[in-house]
Write a protein that binds this ligand. Structure first.
Ligand SMILES: [Zn+2]
Length: 387
């Protein structure tokens, strides 16, 4: 009997150690397993990265002193640039200017609508303001950020997407909003900020007044997709955790099926970013943020909130990856003759993962804790036996 207990005791310890080592290996396999099962519809994609690159360059040359800082002439001229571009696509285009004030500064969101006769709406958004201070720049922290990636890239993709989607609008059974946010990027980072400003002011103000922009008895929102820092070299999107996971997973799978496996990795960094999609999520709209790892100035793209965020670190290929993925996503879900598609619509599922840093910490500490517990138990046993 004593022998049996001893044997069981040993077995329990071995099982315990095994579990503590095996769990950290098995959990990631399940967490990163992508359950989106569908095939992109077969259609020619028209998004052109070279054209989108020109739209980034256009925004950079609008004002080379203040760029597109809220309250400056550059910001105003950029809004007019969007209006000019969209009126070139459709001279009769319906657009709305949403004015609001932050810290006595006049700000403005700009909204264009396509296919207004359709009840269901997909919002494609990006912020167009550039940051007033390069708070992460070690040499020039008081200079403004040019914002080629942080701002202009997402807007450039929206303009080029508008062109290609307009060319097929009669075959799309959805209303699409192209929404440019002001005042996203003026908050505090690393303890330094722009006095009195918070992040994502433009989208917060827009959602507060969203009822003024649609008819809630006749229209409804299907999804919101946000593009932020989508044009940098070495594009690699993260698994952003505020995002509705079924929507973000579908965007990842759509991009991966197009062959963009480096931009949409199977094991993306996991993190939660307070970005312009959050007010829309809080309003109840499934939303996703296509964004890169920008914090800690990573080697892939180390120019976040520095004066180095300029056109020289923009890649037409990155713009094309983003644009074609969103273009394909729209066709997958809304191209009228398509009936074979089985994606995650209506994107009601949402699962959250632990942030990568916390996850790694947990995976390292679990085996250590496990082994420590076993050592302590063995020690206390041997002490007892000695007594
Ligand atoms: Zn920023």
């Amino acid at each position: 009997m004593v022998l049996l207990i001893k044997k069981n005791y040993k077995l329990t310890i071995i099982a315990f150690i095994a579990l503590m080592v095996v769990i950290p290996i098995i959990i990631p396999i399940f967490l990163f397993f992508n359950d989106s099962e569908f095939t992109n519809i077969d259609i020619e994609l028209r998004f052109n990265g070279d054209t989108a690159y020109i739209y980034v360059a256009d925004q950079m040359s609008i004002n080379t002193t203040h760029y597109r800082i809220p309250g400056t002439q550059g910001r105003e001229d950029c809004a007019q640039y969007f209006i000019d571009k969209f009126q070139q696509i459709d001279p009769l285009i319906d657009y709305n200017l949403h004015n609001f004030t932050i810290q006595s500064v006049e700000c403005q969101n700009v909204l264009f609508k396509m296919n207004e006769n359709y009840k269901n709406i997909v919002i494609l958004g990006a912020h167009y303001d550039s940051r007033a201070k390069a708070t992460k720049d070690s040499t020039n922290p008081d200079l403004p950020v040019p914002g080629a990636n942080d701002g202009a890239s997402g807007c450039a993709v929206l303009i080029e997407l508008a062109e290609v989607l307009y060319s097929r609008m009669n075959n799309l059974s959805v209303q699409i909003w192209f929404l440019f946010f002001d005042a996203e990027d003026q908050g505090t980072d690393l303890g330094v900020g722009i006095s009195g400003w918070d992040w994502i002011e433009g989208s917060k103000q827009f959602v507060l007044e969203i009822d003024n922009f649609y008819n809630s008895s006749k229209e409804d929102f299907d999804a919101m997709i946000l593009l932020d820092m989508v044009g940098g070299t070495n594009l690699r999107f993260i698994n952003e955790q505020h995002s509705t996971s079924s929507l973000l997973d579908e965007l990842f799978e759509t991009g991966r099926q197009l062959g963009y496996t480096s931009a949409f990795p199977s094991d993306p960094i996991v993190s939660s970013i307070s970005d312009d999609h959050v007010p829309f999520l809080n309003f109840g709209i499934p939303s996703a943020d296509l964004i890169i790892k920008f914090w800690n100035q990573p080697v892939e793209w180390p120019y976040h909130h520095t004066t180095g965020d300029d056109i020289s670190h923009i890649s037409n290929y990155s713009l094309e990856i983003t644009g074609k993925t969103v273009e394909q996503f729209i066709y997958n879900n809304y191209y009228v003759i398509s009936d074979q598609y089985q994606g995650n619509f209506p994107w009601s599922d949402d699962f959250n993962l632990l942030d990568s840093e916390l996850f790694i910490l947990l995976m390292i500490s679990l085996p250590i804790v496990g082994i420590a517990v076993v050592v302590l138990v063995l020690r206390s046993r041997s002490k007892k036996e000695n007594i």
